[in-house]
Design a protein. Structure first.
Length: 530
């Protein structure tokens, strides 16, 4: 009996000890929680790690979640995604950390950033949670990200080149203008650009240009580039509509229309943003237009002079012939023969001037170039020395053209003489006649049906820097006194007078080929039959 009473007493004592321990633990939780939660504006909770029940919460937590979701002694029901116990393994492994998840709150479902710490109080594992509402922050971040994506999409797919240059060493704006410009070339580098900018310099990958120095793109020795940068500094680090001469990756020249502004911080130029447009083709066309205006003016002048000069030559030859019939002295006759020969050479030059000016009267008629060439070959052979071989290649189905035999002879003779002069050691001149149809415009020649006359030689070729000027009147690469510079200009004038076009291809050491495109002529009878 006594033993049983003793055992019962021991059991009651153990219950009392456990109850005391629970009360002490509850007091410690409340005291510790009170210290942590005291007047805190951050929602905080103490949760039993094993059961997930709420042990304590501060006023900020009740305001954030609402009274209905938080009840001491009950499981926490604020997680929107799953039960509180879903990240118990994470807490147990890390003891402290951060988790982003969705929570039910008084204001609806919100995205929160939960900071957790695992605490051991008298053998009880308690999780201390601090809750930060990051819904608005994430929304702003997403809006900012979308805005940046829109900006980058706009920049990358814009037709204009958009760029940002940085100064490796910031440039003091109090320095003299010339020194600032020098430092721009020395320290400026490309930090950002779009695809349109890269393509202007002949590359398809942006990375090929990023980091490249300003001096590698903008030619430092060009006066117009220096003037643009000088205006940039003097206008408060902003310019609009300035033309620059730049260099692509393949070293070819580009003409760029620029507008850009600089960023100045603490008296230092640190970077520049800009937009640019490649106007290389427009610049080339403008140069061609200006040249055409100059040549047209020169042609009108040459035509007027040639007509008046032709009257003078007629008188000179006429009087020389009259004098020749009345003179018996051999010496005087030789002098008169010399006058007549010189006048004939001048008349030939005059005809070239008229051909260039396109003021000759022409009689257009249907011409079969096969037959015409056969009648012309003897004249050509007499013009060429024995060390030059003349070959022909003729399409048997060659079409007709509307032409003038005299102009055609002038074209072929000038091209043959030009080829002869390009082969001082001899060679081969090939005349090719063939039909050709252009389905789309090619090098300023409209689409259409043509008969082509090609004159090719195996001579020295034409230097690339000379090629753009060969049709200019009075331009010649021959020594002084050995050429008038009118031969090819007269050819071009005659070709245009016949409504045709001329192209040239040449390579140093491999020869030259001039190709004349004559519009193909279809007789009215053939048209009606079709």
């Amino acid at each position: 009996m006594a033993k049983r009473l003793y055992q019962n007493l021991q059991a009651e004592i153990e219950k009392l000890r456990r109850r005391v321990a629970e009360l002490e633990h509850a007091l410690e939780v409340q005291e510790w929680g009170g210290v942590l939660f005291h007047e805190s504006s951050i929602p905080q909770m103490l949760i039993d790690f094993q059961t997930g029940t709420l042990l304590a919460a501060n006023a900020a937590a009740y305001r954030f979640y609402g009274e209905a979701l938080l009840e001491v002694g009950e499981p926490v029901r604020v997680c929107a995604e799953t039960d509180f116990t879903h990240f118990k393994s994470t807490i147990e492994a890390m003891h402290y950390g951060v988790e982003v998840c969705q929570h039910h709150t008084a204001a609806g479902t919100r995205t929160v950033e939960t900071h957790f710490v695992l605490v051991n109080l008298r053998g009880h594992h308690i999780v201390h949670l601090l809750v930060f509402d990051i819904t608005d922050k994430l929304l702003l971040q997403n809006q900012l990200k979308e805005s940046e994506e829109r900006y980058r999409t706009f920049v990358q797919y814009a037709n204009e080149g958009i760029w940002r240059f940085e100064a490796e060493q910031p440039i003091p704006i109090h320095l003299p203008v010339e020194e600032q410009i020098q430092r721009m070339f020395e320290h400026g580098y490309l930090a950002e650009c779009n695809l349109a900018f890269a393509r202007m310099y002949g590359v398809e990958e942006l990375e090929q240009l990023l980091g490249i120095r300003l001096s590698e793109l903008l030619i430092p020795t060009e006066p117009q580039n220096i003037e643009m940068l000088r205006a940039f500094v003097e206008n408060g680090y902003r310019v609009e509509g300035y033309l620059s001469k730049e260099r692509a990756v393949d070293r070819s020249e580009r003409y760029i229309l620029n507008s850009f502004f600089g960023i100045v911080e603490d008296g230092m130029l640190v970077r520049a943003w800009g937009v640019q447009t490649d106007v290389t083709e427009m610049h080339r066309l403008q140069q061609q237009l200006n040249q055409a205006h100059r040549l047209e003016s020169l042609g009108r002048l040459a035509g007027g002079i040639a007509h008046d000069f032709n009257n003078v030559l007629t008188a000179v030859v006429g009087f020389a012939e009259l004098a020749r019939g009345r003179v018996q002295d051999e010496t005087t006759l030789r002098y008169l023969d010399g006058i007549i020969a010189a006048a004939e050479r001048a008349a030939n030059l005059n005809r070239q001037l008229l051909a260039y000016a396109r003021r000759q009267v022409v009689q257009l008629s249907p011409i079969d170039l096969k037959e015409w060439l056969q009648n012309t070959l003897e004249i050509l052979r007499r013009t060429l020395p024995h060390n030059i071989r003349l070959e022909t290649q003729v399409d048997p189905q060659l079409g007709l053209i509307q032409g003038d035999p005299n102009l055609l002879l002038q074209i072929v003779l000038n091209l043959a003489v030009n080829a002869r002069d390009a082969m001082p050691e001899g060679g081969v001149i090939t005349l090719r006649l063939q039909n050709r149809t252009l389905r789309r415009a090619c090098n300023e020649i409209p689409a259409g049906r043509y008969v082509t006359l090609a004159v090719a030689d195996t001579g020295v070729g034409i230097a690339p820097e000379v090629l753009p000027h060969i049709f200019e009147p009075f331009f010649s690469t021959k020594p002084q006194g050995q050429g008038t510079g009118l031969g090819l200009a007269a050819v071009q004038g005659a070709v245009k007078q016949l409504g045709g076009f001329i192209q040239v291809q040449s390579e140093l050491g491999k020869g030259t080929c001039f190709t004349v495109y004559f519009p193909r002529f279809t007789p009215p009878s053939a048209t009606s039959e079709n």
